[in-house]
Design a protein around this ligand. Structure first.
Ligand SMILES: C[S@@+](CC[C@H](N)C(=O)[O-])C[C@H]1O[C@@H](n2cnc3c(N)ncnc32)[C@H](O)[C@@H]1O
Length: 261
């Protein structure tokens, strides 16, 4: 079955999701790891609706610049809108495995929740390596979807839903091999930190509830999961919340590395 398409519908869903508290927390963690300084040139690979580009412009200031690349015209349209009036940002349509940028153009690069959708992650990391100056920094963030779990009285149904969700992307557990890929692409000082988004609250600002909606929209028709099954799973989660029995866990990983000087 087909993977998630980054079309106008997905773009609208992500635009909404990225305003929530847990996604704001994720952007803060990424920006801390990237540590952009005034005057730096930053490359955002798979920029989506442009939240990072807009926030990083404030960090690099007038003398710095952001170049943001994405394969989806629908995502780029939202990103351009978000950064309207800003002069030191450039948006380019392109693939992570063939970046439309020059060699050694950037001080730092980020790639958040993108690499797990890329068929050849090592090739994409080699491209980021090529784009960085010697000594340049990279931040790559991905989720290990095998860590994602909503507590359910029907464990088999939960497993079926999650197996169907794995079809939405190419690499459901990419963080397990990202360190290897970063080193193979020529990066040094490879480090990782894991960030849990666990919660016991059915809270619309949480990753748990954002993902519940996205998973429920995607999985019917995948791996034999039906719409009725998904509706029953969603209803169970709301009932659990009302009884104070809601529980979700999911871990996302922030990789950092440098291009040797
Ligand atoms: C989940 S969104 C993340 C957006 C953004 N990085 C963020 O975290 O706010 C994934 C983005 O990666 C883009 N993408 C997926 N595969 C890509 C590829 N091979 N090359 C470039 N962009 C890609 C999609 O179009 C989408 O905008």
């Amino acid at each position: 079955m087909s993977e998630l398409r980054f079309d106008s519908e997905t773009a609208r869903a992500l635009e909404k999701a990225y305003h929530t508290r847990d996604m704001i927390r994720r952007r803060r963690l990424v920006r801390e790891a990237l540590a952009a300084a005034a005057g730096e040139r930053i490359l955002d690979v798979g920029c989506g609706p442009g939240f990072y580009a807009r926030e990083l412009l404030d960090e690099v200031g007038e003398k710095g610049a952001v170049v943001a690349v994405d394969a989806s015209p629908d995502m780029l349209a939202l990103a351009r809108q978000r950064c309207e009036g800003q002069t030191n940002v450039t948006f380019k349509e392109g693939d992570a495995t063939a970046l439309p940028v020059d060699d050694r153009e950037f001080d730092a690069a980020l790639c958040v929740q993108v690499m797990e959708y890329v068929r050849e992650p090592k090739r994409a990391l080699e491209e980021m390596h090529r784009a960085l100056r010697p000594g340049g920094r990279v931040v790559v963030w991905d989720t290990d979807w095998a860590t994602v779990w909503w507590h359910s009285s029907d464990a088999e149904r939960m497993r079926r839903v999650l197996t169907a969700w794995d079809e939405h992307l190419v690499h459901p557990s990419l963080p397990r091999t990202l360190g290897t890929h970063l080193r193979a692409a020529g990066f040094a000082d490879v480090g990782v930190s894991g960030h849990s988004f666990a919660t016991v609250d059915y809270d619309t600002e949480s990753f748990a509830v954002t993902m519940l909606g996205m998973v429920a929209d995607f999985v019917p028709g995948h791996c034999g999961v039906t719409g009725d099954e998904v509706a029953a799973w969603k209803a169970e989660q709301r009932d659990r919340a009302e009884r104070g029995e809601f529980f979700f866990e999911g871990t996302q990983f922030c990789f950092t590395a440098t291009k040797p000087a």
